[in-house]
Ligand binder design. Sequence first.
Ligand code: FES
Length: 106
Amino acid sequence: MPKITYIEDNGKLQAIEVSNGLSVMEGALQNNIPGIDADCGGSCACATCHVYVDEKWFNKLKIKEDSEEDMLDMAYKPTKFSRLSCQITVEDELNGLVVKMPLKQA
Ligand code: FES
């Protein structure tokens, strides 16, 4: 199973094995990782699953859909490394992915 590292805003780091096919958001929720709210349940309609993807990994992710880009405008302090974690599907190629949660969600 791919291992995903989640880093809270306070620097606390947890590396969790997440099943292929789940989203990075679902991996966080199932493992009680704080910092991801996911109010809409993963339908790209809330921006409360915002994460900053580690620079080394950002370009390895699939390209954002327009809907994700639009929702990211509503996120708390988005940067060029921002993604919605519900839109990142875990797969073997993402083993080692590192994401950091913002100070707060939108
Ligand atoms: S959970 Fe709502 S946009 Fe990701």
